[in-house]
Design a protein around this ligand. Structure first.
Ligand code: MRU
Length: 347
């Protein structure tokens, strides 16, 4: 099942807020539909929002009407701002919009139809490239998975969160396809339950054994020696290896460290932000308090009670056993500038 698909000048997005109980596509005919879908988490996961934003940019070129006055360039700038402002932590969003802007610059003086087709091709290129890199990440990552492994994962890092294969969950899929005996512990991932709703759904569909746990059960599992490794994704990785991921990731990193358990982070280079030195500089998206007061729309506390809702936390690089990227498995000490800027990305 496609997570996102371009069809007849429209972007179709599998609405992730309805999963696992309903599978419905949202039709985006305007770039603002894409922006809204990203902010409401209808499409979510760092690589997936990058790809969606790229198509959103292309859609803006189709939405542009010459006869309304104003230049295409200004219109695309406005679309870039609106798409880019939807979510602040995952750097893939900004990365994809920068790629699209670069693609635009190469054809800006061509006739409008040509510009549109070129931008659509650029968005498709980003989509297919990300997918190819995810498969490489999965191949590298599966070499770290023992023949028999109990893996703790967090949030959702599968096909839904990416260009179509997955990062951390893509590794699990590949290792399972290789015949490894894997069981996945899926943390439900409050407040919006990406683990319970999305990861459980993906694993169920793939026939990979899993058990759902509430987030506060992880410590119990470590104490029982039930976890062989932790494997999860990232939304932004700083040059020194500090990284942001779904709120609650840091708790797991501390637990894994205390229990001498490998803690692996899988992500493509579009998640790496070499412009920032450390995790201190990663902006943390604060979301609607209603996400905490409610579970799937049901109020579970006092109406209007004070709430804190940071959507991500930052884990220091010292707690990461290895990063799994399209360049291979990167072990400490982390010098990501050397690997990703000096050698160049494999794109
Ligand atoms: O708020 P979300 O659902 O977009 O957060 C997603 C995550 O935190 C994922 O772990 C991360 O994007 C990696 S996805 C391959």
């Amino acid at each position: 099942m496609d997570v996102l698909r371009w069809e007849n000048r429209q972007l179709l997005l599998l609405d992730q807020t309805l999963l696992p109980h309903r599978t419905e596509y949202l039709t985006c005919t305007h770039y603002r539909d894409v922006a809204e879908a990203i902010s409401l988490l209808r499409v979510r996961g760092a690589p997936a929002i990058g790809v969606a934003a790229a198509y959103g940019y292309a859609l803006a070129a189709f939405n542009y009407q010459e006869d309304r006055g104003g230049s295409l360039e200004d219109y695309l700038k406005k679309a870039t701002r609106e798409l880019g402002d939807t979510r602040s932590t995952a750097v893939n969003l900004r990365w994809a919009l920068e790629q699209m802007d670069r693609a635009y610059r190469t054809v800006k003086d061509k006739p409008l139809d040509e510009v549109r087709e070129h931008l659509l091709e650029a968005a498709r290129g980003i989509h297919m490239d990300e997918l190819r890199l995810e498969k490489r990440i999965a191949d590298f990552g599966s070499s770290l998975i023992p023949k028999r492994a109990r893996i703790l994962t967090y949030c959702n890092t599968g096909a839904l969160a990416t260009a179509g294969w997955g990062t951390a969950l893509g590794i699990v899929r590949t290792a399972h396809d290789q015949g490894k005996d894997i069981e996945v512990y899926v943390s439900e991932t409050r407040p919006v339950l990406q683990g319970a709703r999305l990861t459980a759904w993906e694993l169920q569909q793939a026939g990979i054994p899993y058990k759902l746990i509430t987030d506060n059960m992880a410590g119990y599992l470590f104490r029982q020696n039930e976890v062989d490794l932790v494997l999860l994704g990232a939304d932004r990785i700083a040059a020194n290896g500090d990284f942001a991921n779904k709120i609650g990731t840091y708790n797991l990193a501390v637990l894994a460290n205390f229990h001498d358990c490998p803690f692996y982070v899988a992500a493509p280079s579009s998640t790496i932000d070499l412009k920032i030195d450390t995790g201190e500089e990663i902006p943390i998206e604060m979301r609607d308090p209603q996400e905490v007061r409610t579970v799937r729309g049901h109020l579970i506390t006092i109406e209007g009670c004070p709430v804190l809702n940071p959507s991500f936390d930052v884990t220091p690089h010292q707690l990461v056993s290895a990063f799994i990227t399209e360049k291979g498995v990167i072990k400490p000490p982390y010098d990501l500038v050397k690997i990703f800027a000096e050698e160049g990305a494999d794109r």
